[in-house]
Design a protein around this ligand. Structure first.
Ligand code: NAP
Length: 296
């Protein structure tokens, strides 16, 4: 049974493993494959699906296949970039993004709407936070969220203006965890926390450097950390690290493959990593990773 957790102080409940719906938006994933992963996720107890306006046809596919099951999962999506003649990071762009996501996902309300990698200079203005508050008051959005990393994330979390944050947390990307997420966990009015890229893009898949691939930086760090998974397979080690990291409520592994999703849910069901494994991971991080910023 997939563990369900309170999502910070939002009143929402989310599964320890969520579905990162980036992959199901890609052109080489068929409609049938997307439907299988989406329904398979809900059937397996996944109660959070994360998408974004920029993930190809992901939002439309969620709407097309899950419109009849909208009350079975928390939907998070993101936006804020230029749209319909509105410049990036303007109130008009945020409002138009929200309306477009509502249409595409066939939802009456977006449970969480994230400003998607919005720079800290914009956050300092404060107007987009007000725009999100208005969207919450209007019932279009349930929780106002910030998605990003490093100093941008730290500012957003410290501001207290966001009920949810989404950020990279994994064995090779720990800045956000050590500097922000682990800290907000101790705050009683804590935001809900979604860990993105939770298995570090599965870098162990690549025997050779995946030059130019999205996973290249993580592949490099993975080699430098020089970890030994022992009896565990890499996917299990990576996911149990993230899903049970302090402050993380849900780890949204991205996949378009039902078999991977099933394995991920099974792996997370085995609980936190043993203390001695966490110590070894911590020592490796202190040795070579201490100065690594989060990958954005
Ligand atoms: N807010 C943001 O700016 C942002 C940025 C990045 C990601 N995200 C969100 O986070 C989600 C996850 O991030 P991500 O996809 O970049 O990284 P990830 O979840 O760490 O890794 C996903 C990759 O691992 C593979 N995979 C999944 N399960 C596997 C398994 N059991 N064994 C082997 N390979 C496996 C997937 O391919 P298969 O399809 O082959 O399974 C996919 O290529 C995204 O879908 C998206 O929702 C948000």
């Amino acid at each position: 049974m997939l563990e369900q957790r309170d999502f910070g102080a939002t009143g929402l409940r989310v599964s320890a493993v969520g579905l990162g719906a980036g992959q199901i938006g890609e052109d080489d994933v068929t409609e049938e494959e997307a439907a299988a992963v989406l329904h398979g996720a809900i059937d397996a107890g996944v109660t959070l699906i994360d998408t974004a306006a920029s993930y190809g046809s992901s939002e439309e596919r969620i709407g097309r296949h899950l419109a009849g099951r909208r009350d079975e999962f928390v939907l998070s999506t993101k936006g804020g970039q230029a749209i319909d003649g509105n410049a990036d990071w303007t109130p008009g762009a945020v409002l138009a993004s929200i309306d477009r996501s509502l249409r595409r996902t066939r939802s009456e309300r977006l449970d969480i709407f994230f400003l998607h990698s919005c720079p800290v200079d914009v956050l300092r203005r404060g107007d987009l936070q007000e725009t999100l508050d208005d969207a919450v008051a209007a019932g279009k959005v349930g929780v106002a969220g910030y998605s990003g990393d490093n100093e941008h994330l730290a500012f957003a979390a410290d501001s207290g203006r966001f009920g949810a944050i989404e950020t990279s947390v994994n064995v090779v990307d720990q800045w956000n965890l050590r500097n922000v997420v682990g800290r907000v966990d101790r705050d009683r009015s804590a935001p809900g926390v979604i860990a993105k890229r939770p298995i570090a893009n599965a870098p162990w898949r690549f025997a050779e450097r995946p030059s130019g691939h999205y996973a290249e930086l993580y592949w490099e760090r993975f080699r430098e950390l020089d970890l030994d998974p022992g009896e565990l397979d890499w996917g299990e080690l990576a996911l149990r690290f993230t899903a049970y990291a302090p402050g993380v409520h849900t780890a949204i592994v991205g996949t378009a493959k039902p078999e991977h999703l099933r394995r991920n849910i099974e792996a997370a069901g085995r609980g936190p990593l043993p203390a001695e494994t966490l110590t070894v991971l911590d020592q490796a991080w202190q040795r070579v990773g201490g100065n690594w910023p989060s990958s954005t």
